[in-house]
Design a protein around this ligand. Structure first.
Ligand SMILES: Nc1ncnc2c1ncn2[C@@H]1O[C@H](COP(=O)(O)OP(=O)(O)OP(=O)(O)O)[C@@H](O)[C@H]1O
Length: 378
């Protein structure tokens, strides 16, 4: 657990970077510090491993005041990942990852074998271990940075804009990887970003900082999107927050409807579809392949050849049953038929949902939440 108690940092030139910060990061969770540039996120983060020392107040890691710890030992017990990974350019990838274990007195052999394990853990092929950092892509370098920070198995991991230097697709992959790792490793993670989408995607709690190092709000992401504390937070969280909030609503009560289906490679004989109805094409494993439009030539009674992939319109996104409502709405909106295809965890077709159904469910939830208790006074 990490605790900031009235932690304040005033630099020598008088800049107050962090002002009376009170915040607790629970053990085993990911907390994200987010906010505009210069609002004190990095300074707050660095107070945890004493790279910056508070001017007043205290910062505690597992109950111990960081100012009472030996700085070098403290830093070895806290993983630290920065933008551009900050790897040593003249050391191989494997040696980069082995750095902290070596500093902690491990034998070279043990440190390198641990480093090899970690490369695998972060999804890097073993042969990359002998390369130099410049011979890796930006995303691979960030993975090495994460592996290096995890090398001594520290309970706390500090990550300062670790994924901001890579393109959005790679970035999403790295975020997924971090969430997967965290599932297994259960670290106490503090993650700094200026990107609110990244913050709500990976944070179990999100701390929004405002100018002058003031903490504006500290809540789980769903709450941040649903109820920003003030105009500053509402503005920072942005315009699509209603839609993005669907990412946190479960689709438990969403009922899945039927749709006519046909098999790719078979004729349409026996497919019971009305003239205006869309037909969902499935492969032999019942996985969706695309849509057959009502006006497709193949739908005319005169044509009786088998259904081919080339007859199909690309389907929209697929919605996996049991995941958040945002995926269901996206599936419906992105399908040419307006019907969002629902699949199970193995990719098999289960049925369809419409955007109207998703919105009805949202509306029912909203109404229930704000209904007075039965019998309550109005
Ligand atoms: N060593 C320093 N001396 C004086 N002022 C500093 C020093 N380090 C940071 N600051 C100032 O403290 C404030 C907070 O900086 P900090 O780096 O913590 O912000 P940040 O929220 O992490 O910003 P960014 O998103 O741009 O990295 C800024 O006004 C910055 O200019």
């Amino acid at each position: 657990m990490i605790e900031f108690r009235s932690a304040t940092k005033r630099f020598a030139d008088g800049t107050v970077a962090v002002k009376e910060l009170d915040l607790t990061v629970e053990a085993g969770t990911i907390t994200v510090f987010v906010g505009p540039s210069g609002c004190g996120k990095t300074t707050s983060l660095r107070m945890v491993n004493r790279m910056v020392e508070p001017t007043s107040g205290t910062v505690l890691v597992d109950g111990a005041d960081v100012m009472a710890s030996n700085p070098a030992r403290l830093r070895r017990s806290i993983g630290y990942v920065i933008q551009h990974a900050g790897l040593f350019p003249h050391r191989s990838v494997l040696d980069n990852v082995a750095t902290v274990p070596l500093l902690s007195g491990w034998t070279r052999r043990r440190a390198r074998s641990r480093a090899a394990e970690l490369l695998e853990l972060v999804g890097l092929a073993p042969e990359l271990g002998s390369r130099y950092p410049a011979q890796l892509s930006g995303g691979q370098q960030q993975r090495v940075g994460v592996a290096r920070a995890l090398a001594a198995d520290p309970p706390v991991l500090l990550m300062d804009e670790p994924f901001s230097a890579v393109d959005p697709v790679v970035r999403e992959g790295l975020q997924d990887e971090l969430l997967r790792l965290q599932n297994d490793l259960d670290k106490t993670v503090v993650f700094v970003t200026h990107d609110i989408d990244e913050a709500v995607r990976i944070g179990e709690r999100v701390a929004v900082f405002a100018d002058g190092g003031r903490l504006a709000q500290y809540v789980p992401p769903a709450e941040l999107l649903a109820a920003p504390a003030d105009d500053f937070v509402a503005d920072f969280v942005g315009r699509d927050r209603g839609y993005r909030g669907l990412s946190f609503l479960d689709a438990g009560a969403l009922s899945v409807g039927d749709v006519p289906t046909a098999d790719v490679g078979a004729t349409l004989t026996g497919v019971a579809a009305g003239p205006g109805e869309w037909v969902l094409a499935l492969d032999a494993e019942r996985r969706p392949r695309g849509w057959l439009a009502p006006d497709s030539a193949l739908r005319s009674a005169a044509v009786s050849r088998p259904l081919a992939e080339s007859d199909l319109l690309a389907g929209g996104s697929l919605y996996t049953r049991g995941t958040a409502l945002r995926g269901a709405l996206d599936a419906a909106l992105s399908a040419p038929s307006g019907l969002g295809v629902v699949i199970d965890e193995t990719g098999r077709h289960l049925g369809v949902v419409t955007a109207g159904q998703v919105l009805d469910l949202v509306e029912r939830r909203r109404a229930t939440r704000h209904d007075p208790e039965p019998g309550a006074e109005r």
